[in-house]
Design a protein. Structure first.
Length: 414
């Protein structure tokens, strides 16, 4: 009952405080053993009350709850659903913590009704770019095991917004060294890949007050790729960018070209849009952008009539819409008959977006925030240091990594 719950809560909080103060886990272990038995007898009354208000809990308390709950993950599903129905705007830290900890695959099979209700809640809340990978992974785990109504829900709920666009450049400015930035990045909840690390170095070196030792960068990149089990850089990616008048950047690229461990052409495909756009069309209008694999990768085993590729949909910047969104159309049923989308190997988690200006260069776009209308001439747009003028012809480019396990959610603040 509630009176007993208050007594139990006092014991738990005291045990957590003493353990944290003395840095000794034995008291917690004793409490867990006692509570595991009590919870079995009380049908988990304590846990349900304890998690009824997620915002009142801290990470240590949530860890304790997960330890005494064991495989009773339905309790956490109930708590998450109740929390989402109560807040309904965006993920908070505690909800994010539990979503990372639950076994999505097991829950979808053992507690299907509750899991479907959780998915329905996620469809109604705002998902940030930082949380996109987490939510996609939850859906992906389910899709691997079920092909019924839940799969249909996933296709609708998964908006496929690129997680590696529009990142705040001020994140780079918080760190005195690039190695310090990399350490913070690997400890963050942000999804990233090796191309994003190169983009960060590119923006870092373009700032006049920064420098980067080529060898130090290579050592830090090799360490990150190895520890995070990432794919190396795509060798064609950094050879197309503008390094004119930036000796340090030019030196870095020349060194990467000869590296056998940090760069590769295997497993990557560079795919250009079939259309060109003026800056006004690309940034100011809603577009459906088609991409076709001119040289079909071996991963696309397809003998159907037509082309293999994908479609991106962008929303333009205007008086009503101040943002600029780019989304992958990820439902094969939405594609025309002459264009085949292979959802078994194509998703935003293995794609990297950039733009190529005809007769010019490719422009790395990660860490540049949002584009905006320029003020120099009509029809001009700016994207943190890049100026796109009316005479420019823009071709969106996507690098697809077919061997990708490089984008993943990681826990911690950046």
């Amino acid at each position: 009952d509630l009176e007993a719950y208050e007594d139990q809560l006092f014991v738990v909080q005291e045990a957590l405080w003493v353990s944290a103060t003395l840095k000794n886990e034995r008291l917690i272990d004793m409490t867990i053993r006692k509570f595991s038995l009590a919870i079995t007898k009380s049908d988990a009354f304590f846990l349900r009350e304890f998690l009824s208000d997620l915002s009142a809990r801290n990470p240590n308390e949530l860890n304790f709850a997960m330890k005494i709950a064991g495989n009773r993950e339905s309790i956490f599903l109930e708590s998450l659903i109740s929390n989402f129905e109560g807040m309904s705007c965006e993920l908070d830290g505690n909800s994010r913590f539990l979503l990372r900890k639950i076994n999505a695959s097991a829950c979808s099979k053992k507690h299907t009704t509750l899991y479907l209700k959780l998915i329905a809640c996620l469809e109604t809340i705002k998902i940030s770019s930082e949380d996109c990978g987490l939510v996609l992974q939850l859906f992906k785990n389910v899709c691997l095991r079920t092909h019924d109504d839940l799969h249909a829900r996933v296709v609708v709920a998964k908006k496929s917004k690129f997680p590696n666009l529009f990142l705040d450049p001020d994140i780079l400015n918080k760190h005195d060294s690039f190695s310090g930035f990399l350490e913070a990045l690997t400890a963050s909840p942000l999804e990233f890949n090796s191309l994003m690390i190169f983009d960060a170095a590119y923006v870092w070196l373009k700032k006049s007050d920064q420098s980067l030792n080529t060898k130090d960068f290579e050592v830090a990149l090799q360490k990150t790729i190895s520890e995070q089990n990432m794919s190396p850089l795509c060798s064609s990616y950094f050879t197309n960018v503008n390094c004119k008048n930036f000796p340090c950047l030019e030196s870095l690229i020349e060194s990467l070209k000869t590296s056998v461990t940090l760069a590769t052409s295997k497993g990557y495909a560079r795919v250009c849009s079939i259309s060109e756009f003026s800056p006004g069309q690309f940034f100011g209008e809603d577009n459906e952008i088609r991409f076709i694999f001119k040289e079909k990768p071996p991963e696309l085993c397809c003998d159907r009539i037509g082309e293999c590729g994908f479609i991106l949909k962008s929303s333009g910047i205007n008086e009503k819409n101040k943002t600029f969104d780019i989304n992958l159309l990820n439902n094969p049923e939405d594609y025309p008959d002459d264009l085949h989308f292979h959802d078994e190997c194509l998703s935003v988690t293995n794609m990297h977006f950039t733009v190529f200006v005809k007769n010019c260069y490719e422009f790395p776009l990660t860490w540049r925030g949002l584009p905006k209308e320029g003020s120099r001439v009509p029809g001009q747009y700016e994207w943190l240091g890049w100026s796109f003028y009316p005479g420019h012809r823009i071709m969106p480019v996507v690098y697809v990594n077919f061997k990708s396990n490089s984008s993943r959610p990681i826990v911690g603040p950046i």
